[in-house]
Design a protein around this ligand. Structure first.
Ligand code: ATP
Ligand code: MG
Length: 354
């Protein structure tokens, strides 16, 4: 029996998580899995109800679960709320509470969606990458100085800082991820100019010695940014630090054409959390037109990484591809000649395909 905590959050969160739960229930039936679902509040919705974006009850439930399915938080409704109580604090707080040290973002472009890519079809077709980004270290969490006067000139600084153990665990996760794929890991850094990157590179090499089946190579971040746009097909798994990963994963996300398609997993010390990469999309909330596929594919990652149910995960992913191939599209991907469906209908089609 696996317990899944569902946190819809704000905006389209409710619609897209409802869609994903429908699909999870269907795949559980098909693959004979016992899943239970428990819904908890976070974000602006929780602030309105309890005066805090991340109630302790939500944290406790998440920690006690086998996996968290998260929608999105935020919205202009809470623009004037005290900064320490803003909806976004919910996801930052959960990352911290659950020790979510790695963010995995797959970028897979199904043939049926190549035409939506900003890149030429022959370049993007067949792209299948997982970016493994370190999430709770590096320059975002290093010592900082907002302002200091040195020789009469004002400056500010942020410290890029990684320990061997932080690099070790993220590279290990990347190698294990690659073992289930093509076995190729590209470690991305800026070792020609940064000391922290040189430690990163040394540590990555050491970890890779333990994974004889993995081919590890190194790439400078500037070159990687270029290669992602030139030859995305050449990548299998990319592992990198917090700052570089933030930038590269957004770059890679556009290859697929719609932000509504992209899932992510944040892997933790106890429970892992799964969410689409997009936000709460207040502009389309309640219209029933949000694309639920990013959340449905996040649910597939939950099956794969938290429940170890590879077959069920593949079953969901294949159903998504088939429904797209059959020509069903939510508004974000709709064009003449396709069949336009609502959020709910898209989920129902995918469930039916399962
Ligand atoms: P955040 O700060 O939470 O990342 P954001 O302001 O960057 O939020 P999103 O909420 O991701 O932005 O929305 C960006 C645009 O993409 C909006 O126009 C939104 O309607 C659209 N969008 C986001 N998610 C979806 C989706 N699942 N389906 C269709 N359109 C979406
Ligand atoms: Mg955003």
């Amino acid at each position: 029996m696996a317990k899944i905590v569902v946190i819809p959050g704000d905006g389209i969160g409710e619609e897209i998580t409802t869609a994903a739960v429908l699909v999870l229930k269907k795949v559980a039936e098909k693959c004979n899995l016992k899943l239970t679902f428990e819904t908890h509040h976070a974000g602006g919705t929780a602030y309105d109800l309890y005066g805090t974006p991340l109630p302790q009850s939500t944290i406790d439930a998440a920690k006690a679960s086998d996996g968290v399915l998260f929608g999105a938080v935020g919205g202009d409704k809470w623009d004037n709320v005290d900064p320490s109580l803003r909806p976004e604090k919910a996801i930052l707080g959960l990352r911290k509470e659950l020790g979510l040290y790695a963010n995995l973002r797959p970028v897979k472009v199904p043939d049926s969606l190549c035409e939506y890519s900003p890149l030429k079809e022959e370049i993007v077709s067949g792209t299948d990458i997982v970016i493994v980004r370190e999430l709770i270290g590096g320059i975002y969490f290093g010592e900082k100085c907002e302002s200091e006067i040195v020789n009469g000139v004002e400056r500010a600084w942020d410290l890029e800082n990684y320990s061997v153990s932080e690099v070790d665990r993220i590279v290990r996760l990347a190698c294990e991820t690659a073992q289930k794929r093509q076995g190729k890991v590209v470690s991305v850094d800026k070792a020609n100019v940064l000391a922290s990157s040189r430690l990163w590179r040394r540590t990555a090499a050491k970890v890779a010695e333990e994974y004889k089946d993995i081919e590890l190579s190194n790439m400078y971040v500037d070159n990687c940014a270029m290669q992602l746009a030139l030859k995305p097909k050449n990548f299998d798994v990319i592992v990198t630090g917090n700052l570089f990963g933030d930038i590269l994963s957004d770059e890679a996300a556009v290859l697929g054409g719609s932000i509504g398609m992209m899932p992510s997993a944040s892997i933790g010390e106890c429970t892992s959390l799964y969410e689409p990469i997009h936000g709460s999309a207040p502009d389309i909330t309640g219209l029933g037109i949000a694309n639920p596929i990013g959340t449905i594919l996040s649910a597939a990652m939950l099956l794969r990484y938290s429940l170890n149910e590879e077959n069920a995960a593949v079953c969901v992913e294949e159903a998504v591809e088939k429904v797209l191939k059959d020509g069903y599209r939510t508004a974000d991907l709709y064009r003449d000649g396709f069949k336009k469906v609502t959020t709910e209908e898209m989920a129902a089609r995918i469930a039916e395909r399962i």
